[in-house]
Design a protein around this ligand. Structure first.
Ligand code: C2E
Ligand code: MG
Ligand code: MG
Ligand code: MG
Length: 281
């Protein structure tokens, strides 16, 4: 693999590489144990809003409370779970927790607008996702309209046909499909029109610099035009300042997510937010 490692074409050993390797090893071992300790994982919920800043749904994000260690970011453990064949088991735990919460809200007569769940490519093509969704929807009596699946562009690189078939089946369950982190993968634009998608999420890296009259502005405008021509709705992720929000809104973006509006929060906080909105509506 050293040859593929980049421009330098050979790998020089650096001390931090050993550190990284032992860190990965540490987390991989701990994660393997945690799969039998599902209570170490919990879900946080990040609201999405429309151009009037009204709540239109949320994204479920997993957190890992590793004893004596603190909360580990999914940016660290999701890639490890993917590399070491633990992602499906982990996502089954995550799905279960999400559905339990949805059932709880349902019992309280709360209308939860769609909750978006992140799914890894491996899980998508495993043959286990559809049966999992169907059994959880039945067990917890959750309609498909309450759900959305987020997949990244990368999943379409391998086994495109299979991905398309699974996504079509997901849509038949009335579940929406979003393409996450759009613009960061290796996608050719031509395939986009063949994919069964509903939502396009503009990656944070483009949102980050937009509204400052630079390249990011052009990229965001182009992505928004593309989405419109494909009749996809749009969510800008990682909106942090008013300038970004105003720019994207003016360019026709319809959905927004980011610290400017809300950070990921607990289920209780989200329920409070929903109640507030109901009263003011
Ligand atoms: P993502 O799906 O693109 O999720 C958005 C990430 O951006 C979240 O980080 C969120 O907390 C963060 N974010 C939201 N708004 C802002 C903002 O305004 N500024 C900044 N700087 N960040 C913002 P998080 O929760 O750490 O998740 C990181 C990634 O881990 C996710 O990226 C997703 O790829 C993965 N992930 C999280 N939960 C799950 C899960 O349940 N299953 C799978 N397969 N992946 C997950
Ligand atoms: Mg996501
Ligand atoms: Mg994203
Ligand atoms: Mg992202």
């Amino acid at each position: 693999h050293a040859k593929e490692a980049g421009r330098d074409n050979f790998k020089v050993f650096r001390p931090e590489m050993a550190e990284q390797a032992s860190e990965t090893f540490f987390y991989a071992q701990a994660l393997r144990g945690a799969l039998n300790q599902a209570q170490q994982f919990f879900i946080v919920w990040q609201p999405k809003v429309n151009a009037r800043q009204e709540f239109i749904g949320c994204e479920a994000l997993v957190r890992w409370q590793l004893p004596d260690h603190g909360v580990v970011s999914p940016a660290i453990f999701i890639p490890i779970a993917e590399q070491q064949d633990m992602i499906i088991e982990l996502e089954e735990i995550v799905f279960h927790k999400i559905f339990q919460q949805l059932a709880h809200w349902r019992a309280q007569n709360r209308a939860v607008l769609p909750v978006a769940i992140n799914v890894s490519g491996k899980h998508l093509i495993s043959g286990r996702l559809l049966p999992l969704l169907q059994s959880l929807m039945e067990k917890f009596a959750i309609p498909g309209e309450w759900l959305e699946i987020e997949v990244t562009e990368g999943v379409f690189l391998t086994d495109t046909e299979r991905c398309i078939a699974v996504l079509k089946a997901i849509k038949q369950l009335q579940i929406k499909v979003a393409i996450d982190d759009f613009g960061t993968g290796y996608s050719s634009l031509s395939y986009l029109k063949n994919l069964p998608l509903d939502v396009l999420k503009i990656d944070r890296s483009f949102v980050d610099g937009c509204g400052e009259q630079n390249e990011s502005d052009k990229i965001c405008s182009t992505i928004l035009k593309l989405a419109e021509s494909l009749s996809l709705s749009t969510i800008a992720e990682g909106v942090e300042i008013a300038q970004q929000f105003e720019f994207l809104k003016n360019k026709g973006c319809t959905g927004f997510q980011g610290y400017y509006f809300y950070k990921p929060m607990s289920a209780e906080q989200l329920a409070q937010l929903m109640d507030c909105q109901k009263k003011s509506a």
